[in-house]
Every structure is written in C-alpha cells, then in structure tokens.
Write a protein that binds this ligand. Structure first.
Ligand SMILES: Cc1cc2nc3c(=O)[nH]c(=O)nc-3n(C[C@H](O)[C@H](O)[C@H](O)COP(=O)(O)OP(=O)(O)OC[C@H]3O[C@@H](n4cnc5c(N)ncnc54)[C@H](O)[C@@H]3O)c2cc1C
Length: 343
C-alpha cells in the first residue's frame, strides 16, 4: 500500500468528500484507468486537446511491485517505483485529471458511458479505454510473498536474465506458459526443474517435445509445492511433496518462477464487455471491445505478451482509436450532452 492509499484509509470522511467532488465533474471525452498502458493512453489523448481523465486504484500499476526493469527500450536499467514516478510526471505535464485511489466497480455503457466508483461517484465519458491490468496468480505457499523479487519471480521475459549462468531455477506449472518459461530459462540458467501438480503436463505437444530435448531440464509431475525456502535474504530451495508416495523432497536452487496463470482485473466488467475464456477483454487490432466507444489495452485484454513496452504501445493505440471514434461521432454526442441524456 502506498502513502496515498494509507492516507485515504486513515481519513474516513475522504471517500464521501471525494465522491461529491467527482460527481461534479463534467463529461470526459475519454476516461482511462490504470498503469503504463493508461499513462500512454492519457498522454496521447491529452495531446489531442480533449478532456482526459485517469481513474486508478493505484497509479503506476504492476511496475510499483517491480524491482529491476531492464527491458524498456531506451532505458537501460531502472527500478519499478522510479518508473512509476516518471509515468506520473509525464502524464501530469498535460491537462489530465488524475483520480488516484479510486476503484471502478461498474461500467454502464451508453451513448454517454458511466463508470461507477466504489466511493459512490459516477463518472461520465464519451469514450473509455479500459486498462485495468492483471496480476500473476500466486501459488500461496509459505515463502512465496516473503521472497518475492528475492528469488521468487513470475515473468521469465522480465526476470529470467537476472538469473545468470550457473544459477538453478524451478518453474511451477506445466501448462503452455510454464513450459515456454522452462524453454526460455534453459538457455539462460544452468538447470531448470519443472514442477507440475497433475500427472501430465498440459502444454501443447510441440512445446513438450522441445522441453524434453533440452539437456539441463528435469520434469517432476504429481509434485505439490509446499514451501519456498531461503536464508532470510534470498531463495535457496523449494520443498515439494510427491503426490504418489507422499514423500517430501527439497530442491536446491536460486530462483522460482510461478507460472500458474495471469488473472485479468476484470471482475467488475463481467456481463458488459465480451471476455475470452481466460477472462481477458476481447479486442480487435484497434483495441476496440464489443461495446462501441469502449476500447481496451494491454494486460487486461487478449493481446499476448504482457510487458511494459507492449502496454504503452497498446495504450497509445487504444487512445488513438478512441479519438478516431470521437471525431466520427462528435455531433451525436453534442446532442446527447445538450439533452442531458446519460444512457
Ligand atoms: C513483479 C513484476 C515484475 C515485472 N517486471 C517487468 C519487467 O521487468 N519488464 C516488463 O516489460 N514488464 C514487467 N512486468 C509486467 C508489466 O508490469 C505489465 O505488463 C504492465 O504493467 C501492464 O501494464 P497495464 O497498464 O496493462 O496494467 P497494470 O500495470 O496492471 O496497471 C493496471 C492499473 O489499473 C488499476 N486498476 C485495476 N483495477 C481497477 C479498478 N477496478 N478501478 C480502478 N483502477 C483499477 C490498477 O490499480 C493499476 O493502476 C512485471 C510485472 C510484475 C508483477
């Protein structure tokens, strides 16, 4: 929890006051929520001179939980919280109404869309860019949270290269993403152990074929991870139970990649926009969702590869699409706003 969230929790009356303030806001041209994708969307939209608002439960998003970022093109190396500050500073150069520590709870689509906030306020917008991101599914064993970013990682593209040659890692999860992670990591580290809970890997046959061809990979099926252990500073092992015999085993290693799924932050959107079977918002090449005027970007969508550099590109694209939608429908909106019709 950041300072802003702590202050909001301490000041019990602030939510009601904020709700009242927010209610008085005019209709936004575009309303955006979130992290790097929304920062990019906000910058693109504000530079068009249109009324832009950002609603974020925690401005910055996942980058706030990231230690080292080494793959954002043009920035050789930075830290997540530093990157988040840079995002906010860049957004605030423009006339963007940043409504931080505000959770969206309901989307009511219409010719003027409504976003209902947990504080009770209702915001109105002609177009919306949904970019509420995602979070990695946790395995929920002792040591996982304690050693997060100190050996426990979730993103092989991001953190794999931090485990140089000579390091041993485990990947938990034998689906496509787990097996892809193993194949990726096997080229970087000295040994990779794949631990799958079920009797068989669930990854595609072609991935499994590649996996079993690698000399530095071992695969454990029917393995239930019980604990991630360390020396207080960093991870040095993992304990799992063989589900067929009940025997417990310890694997010595320096890193654990949890690959049991990414959960899109979309619970509040169920029943409105079309979602994939994995719960991601289905978008087309322009970031358009199933609702006219509602666009979506990055981790919360079906767009593959969840990375910051992709998030900013997708955010910019969805924002340009929203602008395109606005200019094509502006006369219709003016009539609606004049009439005071909101749905
Ligand atoms: C530990 C970790 C390390 C990573 N390392 C790297 C790396 O090194 N390089 C890299 O490229 N990528 C990395 N990633 C992935 C990268 O951070 C994400 O791909 C990127 O942040 C996605 O951006 P986004 O804007 O789509 O969503 P997010 O960053 O998830 O932002 C979503 C935003 O929406 C807000 N939000 C969610 N629900 C609501 C709601 N109901 N109402 C209002 N606001 C809401 C959140 O508070 C947040 O501000 C890492 C991720 C993690 C977790």
């Amino acid at each position: 929890m950041g300072v802003k969230e702590i202050l909001a929790k301490l000041d019990m009356g602030s939510a009601a006051r904020t709700a009242k303030d927010l209610e008085n806001k005019l209709v936004f041209d575009v309303l955006i929520g979130g992290g790097p994708a929304s920062a990019a969307a906000a910058i693109y939209s504000a530079r068009k001179g249109i009324a832009t608002g950002v609603v974020a439960e925690r401005f910055g998003g996942q980058v706030l939980d990231t230690m080292a970022i080494e793959n954002f093109v043009s920035v050789t190396e930075t830290e997540g919280p530093k990157f988040a500050v840079a995002l906010e500073q860049h957004v605030k150069i423009y006339e963007v109404d940043v409504m931080d520590v505000q959770r969206a709870e309901k989307l009511v689509p219409g010719r003027i869309n409504e976003i209902h906030l947990a504080s009770g306020a209702v915001l109105k917008a002609k177009t919306i860019v949904l970019s509420t991101g995602a979070r990695w599914r946790e395995i929920g064993v002792p040591g996982e949270r304690e050693y997060r970013n100190r050996g426990v990682a979730y993103c092989p593209h991001c953190d794999g290269p931090l485990f140089n040659k000579g390091k041993r890692v485990a990947v938990i999860g034998g689906g496509n993403s787990g097996v892809e992670a193993v194949i990726d990591l096997a080229g970087i580290v000295s040994a990779v152990t794949l631990i799958e809970f079920g009797a068989e890997l669930r990854a595609d046959a072609v991935l499994q074929k590649k996996l079993y061809s690698l000399p530095n990979v071992s695969v454990i099926t029917q393995g239930q991870t019980l604990e991630i252990i360390g020396d207080g500073k960093k991870v040095d092992g993992l304990v799992y139970k063989d589900r067929t015999t009940g025997a417990e085993h310890r694997v010595e290693l320096e890193g654990v990649f949890v690959q049991i799924g990414l959960v899109p932050n979309n619970k509040w959107l169920k029943g409105t926009v079309d979602l994939s079977k994995h719960g991601e918002i289905i978008v087309d090449a322009k970031g358009a969702t199933s609702i006219p005027g509602v666009f979506a970007a990055s981790d919360v969508t079906t767009v593959p590869y969840k990375q910051i550099v992709i998030a900013v590109g997708e955010g910019a694209k969805a924002s340009l699409s929203a602008f395109d939608h606005l200019i094509r429908t502006s006369l219709e909106y003016e009539a609606v706003v004049e009439e005071g019709v909101t749905a």
